[in-house]
Design a protein around this ligand. Structure first.
Ligand SMILES: Cc1cc2nc3c(=O)[nH]c(=O)nc-3n(C[C@H](O)[C@H](O)[C@H](O)COP(=O)(O)O)c2cc1C
Length: 311
């Protein structure tokens, strides 16, 4: 709810914060997306340069391709452009049921020089793929075993259908360091997979039936925060502006994540990406100003969050 009398100066608004013990200039993560081809390597370079410039956290796309083929490693190696960035590498959790273990996960960290490992949970995405990896049985215990003595924090995320409160609770009890809800409302893999299929393919129709599937990001953030009050939490899935980012934090996230808009901008140019990041960060500052939140802790505990109303 807008405050006509914020009682703070815009110049005094600070977006600096801490996440998993690391300082960020703003509570923003460029979510896991790419790597594995020369073009993807170039996108990662642009994402890395801009993350370094603006003090953001950066997650790489699944490093599996490089774990299995050394020659692809350079497309994930962004440290030279992002020496100070909180960098996360990414693997599919289900790989733990397909021969991956501690060594492969360590290799992902080693290849990338990452500060944390993200494991993504994507049962529906795998199920849509013709020969997807759909053996998800027993995964929780494997995640628990991996996390137990892994040298860097392990974050678990979805890919756009959301993590509910009960699932977050189980993951946190296993020792996972942070949760990224990656909820529904943004990039939709049911749409993407259906577009990849022939129009008369039965699986395409099924993918279309799942268009509305998933836990909306706001609901996922609420549920996870209610169930796990102190877990470091990333709110992501459909965040498209600084106002969305502010809402994610006011709902209970510690930082927000954005994927597709940053990839689209990075595909145009580094400058286009810079503009997109500045748009989000400036919007965040203005949203904080207009609710009288001088810093991230006051945004996170604001009492000015309301269900939207029509004007
Ligand atoms: C092109 C693209 C590639 C992605 N690749 C990965 C991936 O490798 N690993 C992963 O965990 N999530 C991946 N994601 C999912 C994103 O990290 C994010 O959770 C999802 O897109 C929702 O955020 P958004 O609505 O801001 O795009 C990808 C998303 C996009 C758009």
């Amino acid at each position: 709810m807008h405050s006509a009398l914020p009682e703070i100066d815009l110049d005094d608004v600070s977006t600096a914060c801490l996440f998993l013990g690391r300082s960020l200039a703003a509570p923003l993560l460029i979510s896991s997306m790419t790597g594995g081809t020369p073009a993807a390597g170039e996108l990662n370079e642009r994402l890395a340069r801009v993350a370094q410039e603006y003090g953001l956290a950066l997650a790489l796309g699944s490093v599996r391709a490089a774990v299995e083929n050394d020659s692809l490693a350079p497309t994930f190696q962004v440290r030279r452009w992002a020496p100070d960035v909180f960098l996360l590498c990414n693997l599919g959790a289900v790989q733990l049921n397909y021969g991956y273990g501690r060594d492969e996960c360590l290799r992902a960290v080693e290849i990338t020089g990452a500060d944390a490992l993200v494991l993504h949970l994507n049962p529906l995405q795998e199920a849509f793929q013709p020969s997807g990896n759909t053996r998800f049985a027993g995964l929780l215990r494997k995640i628990e075993a991996l996390v137990r003595d892994f040298p860097v924090p392990v974050v678990v995320k979805e890919v756009g259908w959301g993590i509910s409160g009960d699932i977050a609770r189980q993951l946190v009890d296993c020792g996972v360091a942070a949760i990224d809800v990656a909820g529904a409302g943004g990039t939709s893999w049911s749409e993407i997979e259906s577009l990849r299929m022939e129009p008369d393919d039965l699986r395409r129709k099924v993918a279309e039936d799942f268009r509305g599937w998933g836990i909306p990001t706001a609901e996922a953030i609420r549920q996870v925060r209610a169930e796990c009050p102190s877990i470091p939490l990333i709110g992501s899935g459909g965040l498209r502006s600084g106002v969305d980012l502010a809402k994610a934090l006011a709902l209970g996230a510690d930082i927000g994540g954005i994927a597709l808009p940053f990839l689209k901008a990075a595909a145009v140019s580094e400058d286009a990406l810079r503009h997109e990041v500045m748009r989000v960060l400036h919007g965040l500052r203005l949203a904080m100003f207009c609710i009288g939140a001088k810093n991230i802790p006051s945004l996170r505990c604001t009492n000015r969050l309301r269900e939207e109303w029509t004007t």
